[in-house]
Design a protein around this ligand. Structure first.
Ligand code: ATP
Ligand code: MG
Length: 389
């Protein structure tokens, strides 16, 4: 009898001839993420992945938690693997159900059996009936409910027999590292970590850029962004965070440009700097947490002006979402509690009373002419701090 974890994937099935590349990357990511838990063996068989360990004290529960945060994994099940022997199947099934009932107050169940190995002497309906009957005889307070059971007990007869009662959903998506690199503009707010997570979910590796306006924004604000990047890095196999000093640029804009255009010009500088960082690291896109109409700098007109600062594609996965929908995801992925800690945002350091809602690109370009943009950007880049998470 071996205790193992069964890992399932979904979208990778659609990858045709490239399927292997995705599976192998997923296996590599699983090995890397679980390495800290001890000796593990990760194998692929019949389009599933099995995780096992020889360590007597291997922490299966922790392993399951980690696996549910790995992109590309659809679901996981803690599983008992035994010989395909009917007597053993019966006894182990009762043991597993007994352990489950100690933790949960389940009243109804059903058995689902799959017989992949046709040499096994009982077919699937017979297995369900016989093992189900045996479980009922041992736990008289249980009842069978085939339509809406409290739990399903699964029996799979393959090259060995696999028994389990739990299917724990994971994050789905595609394995990190199969989709290239993107540069996320990461602030301390609710939106940008969610935007980054959504792009990372598609197998994309992330680097993050944070614009820090010290001393207007404090070290606490920076620590908060580091914490958010750490949360994201749990999902996407590590993140490089670029902390760009932004005070000089903001001060210059504030002194030399019309105030209603402060924010929009500042946003264009953010884009230009992010693009330079992206070019250097081979990143293929910029990612932001913008959504149409959320604030003055996110109207369609403002987004057009912001966008034209760069040629790299800008991905805005939250573009059509309401704030509450974003918050729901932020809670689910664990960034919400950090995002709502009080902090100063560089966007609020210098604010106009009446920011322009429909900026003109032509005017923006004119106003920017008074700035020594190239030097400002070069200086900010040369003083950028890189933190690996
Ligand atoms: P968020 O919740 O992500 O802070 P927001 O609703 O506050 O978003 P803005 O402040 O207008 O919106 O910023 C829009 C986007 O610009 C953010 O989602 C983020 O991608 C980027 N951004 C804003 N401020 C910064 C910053 N200081 N450093 C890096 N990126 C930033
Ligand atoms: Mg913000």
């Amino acid at each position: 009898m071996d205790k193992i974890i069964l890992v399932r994937y979904e979208e990778i099935f659609l990858k045709g001839l490239n399927k292997n590349v995705f599976e192998n990357r997923l296996i590599r990511n699983i090995r890397q993420k679980l390495a800290g838990l001890g000796n593990i063996k990760v194998t692929k068989s019949q389009s599933r992945i099995y995780v096992e360990s020889n360590d007597a004290d291997f922490d299966f529960e922790e392993a399951v938690i980690i696996l549910t945060k790995i992109f590309g994994i659809a679901s996981v099940s803690p599983v008992i693997r035994i010989e395909s022997d009917y007597e053993e199947i019966k006894e182990e099934s009762v043991k597993i159900v007994g352990e489950l009932l100690e933790r949960k107050h389940y009243k109804t169940f059903k058995v689902e059996a799959k017989r992949g190995d046709k040499s096994f002497p009982m077919n699937s309906p017979q297995l369900c009936a016989n093992v189900g009957g045996y479980i009922l005889s041992k736990f008289p307070r249980l009842k069978v409910d085939v339509h809406n059971p409290d739990f399903i007990f699964y029996i799979e007869i393959r090259e060995s027999t696999y028994l389990y009662s739990e299917i724990i959903p994971s994050v789905k998506g595609l394995p990190t590292g199969t989709g290239g690199l993107a540069t996320l503009l990461l602030s301390g707010g609710i939106d940008s970590p969610v935007a980054g997570w959504m792009i990372a979910k598609r197998g994309v590796e992330l680097e993050a850029v944070y614009f820090h306006s010290y001393p207007y924004t404090s070290d606490r604000a920076k620590d908060k962004v580091i914490k958010l990047a750490e949360y994201l890095s749990e999902y996407c196999m590590g993140i490089k965070l670029h902390v760009v000093p932004f005070t000089e640029i903001q001060t210059e804009i504030n002194e030399k440009c019309p105030h209603e255009y402060l924010t929009i010009i500042m946003r264009r500088f953010m884009m230009k700097i992010a693009e330079k960082i992206a070019e250097k690291s081979g990143s293929l896109a910029i990612v932001t947490g913008e959504a149409i109409g959320q604030v003055a700098s996110q109207t369609m007109e403002s987004l057009l002006v912001t966008n034209s600062a760069v040629t790299l594609p800008v991905y805005r996965p939250l573009i059509g979402m309401d704030k509450n929908e974003v918050i729901e995801i932020a809670r689910r992925i664990g960034t919400f509690d950090v995002s709502i800690l009080p902090y100063e945002d560089c966007c609020t350091v210098f604010v106009a009373k009446h920011p322009v809602i429909k900026p003109s690109l032509q005017k923006t370009l004119e106003y920017e002419e008074v700035l020594d943009s190239e030097n400002l950007i070069d200086r900010a880049l040369s003083q950028t701090e890189i933190i690996k998470l």
